[in-house]
Design a protein around this ligand. Structure first.
Ligand SMILES: Cc1cc2nc3c(=O)[nH]c(=O)nc-3n(C[C@H](O)[C@H](O)[C@H](O)COP(=O)(O)OP(=O)(O)OC[C@H]3O[C@@H](n4cnc5c(N)ncnc54)[C@H](O)[C@@H]3O)c2cc1C
Length: 389
């Protein structure tokens, strides 16, 4: 029998969509299945945060996985209020993650399938999604509606990086190998690079941080696009090309909040960090070559170069888009409708939804905007509820 809702990907977006379907659209948790290649929800997110050595979120306390806007603040109570930093009340990572796992706990009546989606086909009253867990374990889930929440795509690896160069966002990243190195080097000066370098830096063994100066910005996309005015203007744009142009202008990939730039400066003054302002263009025999005269010796090079810019359509999804004639723009990004349906009953969130949700689509705020749209199209027994973003 078909399950009413299948969410592919149990990361921040998938978990928030599940929570929203229950809270906003009145869907019975038993009518939701989450499929993820990991054994438990949020595994990739929790791993990436640890790998990077992140201490505090970039986004404010209102951006979390529950539905009511004040949920994280209430969860923090008086004890944890001190763990909300600065004027944006950015939550400490452990507070954010405890709250996120609390939200995951509320999904215990949902079905969880561990497996990697490999194929999607239209079937009967919905879709048939094939998954694989190992060479001998595979299965098919029939679902009336499917939400694609498969994440931001693969880590971006520059052309010069050969074997032996790790990426901090890769699942097989070995942090200990870098922590134990004699002269570790981090390539990439955005927030992940800065957090990684600071978390590895020691007075007796400085870390080298290499890359052009990062532009300063509190957030990685213009917060105006979380509000009605900018979003309505964005959504009024007639074609994908003009929306793409706005997204590219409003996003600040590789940028650094000023407070982190100050932390880097202090670490450099203390001798814990060596800053090289140059672009790396080669790596050979333990030497990183750059576009300046500087060459940097390192026995452990780590990339902190973010995610690939191309649309995160995995091969099975690209194939489904072709077979089911689902619309994409010139770059292959989905063109869903206003409720984020790419096709009747097939919804997208995250970067897959960016041409409707706007510049914040990959972020937690983007998950909240996307879930509202998906739920607005549903009328469960409780009907859609309005909680604010
Ligand atoms: C270090 C770091 C810090 C960040 N900090 C912030 C922040 O402070 N604020 C903010 O708003 N954003 C932040 N972001 C950006 C963004 O919110 C995160 O990248 C977030 O994890 C995106 O959530 P997601 O669910 O789209 O992707 P993911 O967390 O990657 O989840 C996608 C899930 O889908 C699963 N999956 C993918 N393909 C398949 C498949 N074929 N079959 C089955 N399962 C599949 C994956 O295993 C994964 O579990 C940060 C990102 C990083 C890397």
């Amino acid at each position: 029998m078909a399950i009413p809702w299948l969410i592919v990907g149990a990361g921040l977006h998938g978990v928030h969509v599940a929570r929203s379907l229950i809270e906003r659209a009145g869907v019975d948790p038993a009518n939701i299945a989450l499929l993820d290649e990991h054994e438990t929800p949020l595994t990739r997110w929790l791993g990436q945060c640890t790998q990077v050595g992140m201490q505090t979120l970039r986004s404010p306390a209102a951006h979390h996985l529950d539905v009511p806007a004040h949920s994280l603040l209430r969860f923090a109570g008086q004890v944890d209020r001190a763990r909300l930093a600065g004027r944006y009340r950015r939550p400490a990572l452990d507070l954010f993650n405890r709250h996120a796992l609390h939200v995951v706990g509320t999904l215990s009546a949902c079905r969880y399938i561990q497996g990697r989606a490999t194929d999607l086909q239209a079937s009967g009253n919905g879709y048939a999604l094939h998954w694989r867990r190992s060479s001998s374990e595979a299965g098919t889930v029939e679902a009336n509606r499917v939400v694609l929440a498969t994440g931001p795509g693969a880590p971006a690896v520059p052309h010069w990086a050969g074997p032996g160069v790790q990426h901090v966002l890769a699942e097989n990243f070995r942090r200990q190998a870098v922590a134990n190195a004699r002269c570790p080097a981090v390539v990439g000066t955005g927030l992940s690079g800065a957090q990684l370098a600071l978390s590895l830096a020691r007075p007796d063994r400085p870390v080298t941080l290499i890359g052009p100066p990062a532009p300063l910005s509190d957030f990685d996309s213009d917060p105006c696009f979380l509000g009605r005015r900018c979003l309505e203007n964005f959504q009024a744009l007639p074609d994908a090309q003009s929306r793409r142009a706005v997204i590219d202008t409003a996003r600040a990939p590789g940028s650094l909040p000023p407070i982190m730039a100050e932390a880097l400066q202090r670490a450099a003054q203390d001798g814990r960090l060596r800053r090289i302002q140059a672009r790396v263009n080669g790596w050979q025999d333990g030497l990183l070559h750059t576009d300046t005269d500087a060459a940097v010796r390192s026995d452990a090079v780590v990339l902190a170069t973010g995610f690939e810019a191309s649309p995160p359509l995995q091969p099975w999804l690209a194939q489904a888009a072709k077979t089911l004639s689902m619309p994409v723009d010139a770059r292959g990004t989905p063109l869903p409708d206003a409720q984020l349906a790419w096709r009747p009953g097939l919804y997208v969130t995250g970067r897959l939804a960016e041409l409707v949700v706007g510049p914040a689509a990959p972020n937690i705020a983007g998950a909240r905007l996307a879930a509202r749209r998906i739920c607005a199209g549903q009328t469960g027994p409780a009907g859609p509820k309005n909680y604010g973003v």
